[in-house]
Design a protein around this ligand. Structure first.
Ligand SMILES: *Cc1c(COP(=O)(O)O)cnc(C)c1O
Length: 514
């Protein structure tokens, strides 16, 4: 095949060798190297470094001294470099292509963030250093906290939670502390059907019973069902907005009012804040607590690329119960409050130190490089891109709920009816086309869900290419070419793995074969 300039491209179908069955002597494919386990490459008798023998010393390990060989494989430096580089090339990454995983906000991580996070004055400090030597770092946290409060219209923020789910835990613990203070033992947390799995999991971990609220035909919380479920036993509702169908909860103010009137608190899952940042302040909607996934909205690497961070903004009612530690303005500069002192209402401590400093730096760099107008553009462009995808595919795929959508669009598997192709098959065929699949089978409110989030950092050209690939696959499925799907992926280094077996019987430890 030739491209428009006459340059050869694609598969050389002239040869009678099928790429699917083509095997090589080495197991390598083209310039992609096959890779063994590190234990299969090295062995215990080799080492990449030359260390002097240890001097004789008195062990202070008592009875726990190892009495056998540790059994680690020794590799040379070039072997180590190649091992990890080869593995990394098998991995899909946001730096390789569009990554449409709905709800996960896989957008570009600007390199300015990385540059700033690596500055020695920020990267090489330690949480146990004297406070007077880390004033700059504390000022950075204070400034990030200021902007998070400003963007959300909330009076307080807990900076230490280390992920969205950790933030949910923080929020529910603050809610329970507030209820304890009121002397009320409420036992139920309400969660809409479309809730992210972390919501009911968090509520259960905190000892609450979870009651599910159905969605209405428009993919939003059924307000009548919600009102019926409210009562003196309800501690809180956990609601995602925009929700996991990619839709704005239009009744959100009525929902907040109803929950408050029943004496409960409103926890908002803020993972989708990138759709409304700079446009809507959750504080104006009646939210009491909301986590912000810095790694989603404010672009810090995640999904195998790095740890996240989940600061939680809190309303006036919940602010006193925020966890320690937190930064305050002291008379000689910034100080950290590390302990709950007499009369303090903080529910305690969630982390050893103060949270994910590296992510705080990246998030502030993202905010400052965008400015307030740029952050509003983030929301506008993420919503524009998702609606463009929705509008370009809705004639051949089945849209679950009428649009317009927010930052992601939800399709279901009705368009595959009678083709013998499932959502899973369709997703696997996307891998052959060079795309990480969209989020599948979530949310649970529709059958065979396909949730697509292009994010704002994709160009029109890249979104068009993605739409073209999906239209091609849909046409193939509808024209009866089901083998293209049921055997996919044909071109990936690994094919369909037995995911159930892997989950039920994971082999996590390498054992030497006898
Ligand atoms: C990502 C996400 C979470 C969980 O956040 P983590 O940082 O992965 O713990 C919770 N709710 C929604 C809607 C999400 O998209």
């Amino acid at each position: 095949m030739m491209n428009k300039q006459g340059r050869p491209t694609g598969l050389n179908t002239a040869a009678n060798l099928s790429p699917n069955s083509f095997t090589t002597h080495t197991g390598n494919r083209g310039l992609e190297q096959d890779e063994l386990l590190i234990y299969e490459i090295g062995d215990t008798q080799r080492t990449g470094v030359d260390l002097e023998d240890l001097p004789v010393f008195e062990s202070r390990l008592g009875g726990i001294t190892r009495d056998n060989e540790i059994g680690l494989a020794g590799l040379s430096e070039p072997e180590v470099m190649r091992h990890y580089t080869r593995l990394s090339r098998k991995n899909y990454a946001i730096d390789m292509g569009l990554y449409p995983l709905g709800s996960c906000t896989m957008k570009h991580n600007p390199r300015i963030n990385e540059k700033v996070a690596r500055l020695p004055g920020l990267a090489d400090i330690h949480p146990l250093q004297p406070i007077s030597t880390v004033q700059g770092a504390l000022e950075l946290m204070d400034r990030l906290a200021h902007w998070l409060k400003t963007l959300t219209g909330m009076p307080a923020v807990a900076m230490s939670p280390k992920a969205g789910a950790h933030g949910e835990l923080c929020g529910l613990m603050a809610i329970r502390a507030a209820l304890d203070k009121r002397g009320e033992n409420r036992t139920i947390v309400l969660a809409p059907e479309s809730a992210h799995g972390t919501n009911p999991a968090t509520a259960a971990l905190c000892g609450y019973k979870v009651k599910s609220i159905p969605a209405n035909k428009a993919g939003r919380v059924d307000l009548r069902a919600l009102k019926d479920a409210l009562g003196p036993d309800v501690a809180a509702i956990m609601l995602t907005n925009p929700n996991t169908c990619g839709l704005f909860e239009r009744d959100i103010i009525d929902i907040a009012d109803a929950v408050h009137a029943a004496g409960g608190y409103f926890y908002c899952d803020g993972a989708n804040f990138n759709a409304i940042v700079g446009k809507v302040r959750p504080g104006d909607l009646g939210v009491d607590a909301m986590h912000i996934n810095l790694h989603k909205t404010f672009s810090t690497p995640h999904g195998g690329g790095g740890p996240g961070a989940g600061p939680v903004v809190l309303s006036e009612a919940l602010a006193p119960f925020a966890p320690v530690p937190y930064v305050i303005h002291g008379k000689d500069g910034f100080e950290m409050v590390e302990h709950v002192t007499g009369g303090g209402e903080s529910f305690g401590r969630m982390t050893a130190f103060h949270g994910q400093m590296g992510m705080n730096i990246r998030a502030l760099a993202f905010m400052m490089s965008h400015g307030s107008d740029g952050l509003a553009r983030v929301a506008e462009d993420s919503v524009l891109n998702a609606n463009y995808v929705m509008a370009s595919l809705q004639d051949i795929m089945t849209l679950s709920f009428e649009g317009p959508c927010m930052h992601e669009c939800l399709f279901d598997d009705r368009f595959l009816e009678g083709t013998g192709v499932t959502t899973l098959d369709f997703a696997k065929a996307m891998i052959d086309e060079g795309y990480h699949p969209m989020t599948m089978y979530f949310p649970l409110v529709v059958h065979g869900a396909m949730l697509i989030e292009p994010t704002e950092s994709e160009s029109k050209q890249s979104v068009d290419q993605f739409i073209g690939a999906l239209r091609h696959l849909v046409t193939q499925a509808k024209s009866g070419n089901s083998a293209l799907f049921t055997g996919a992926p044909y071109l990936a280094p690994l094919k369909r793995l037995d995911e159930t077996l892997a989950a039920r019987n994971p082999v996590l430890r390498w054992r030497k074969e006898d």
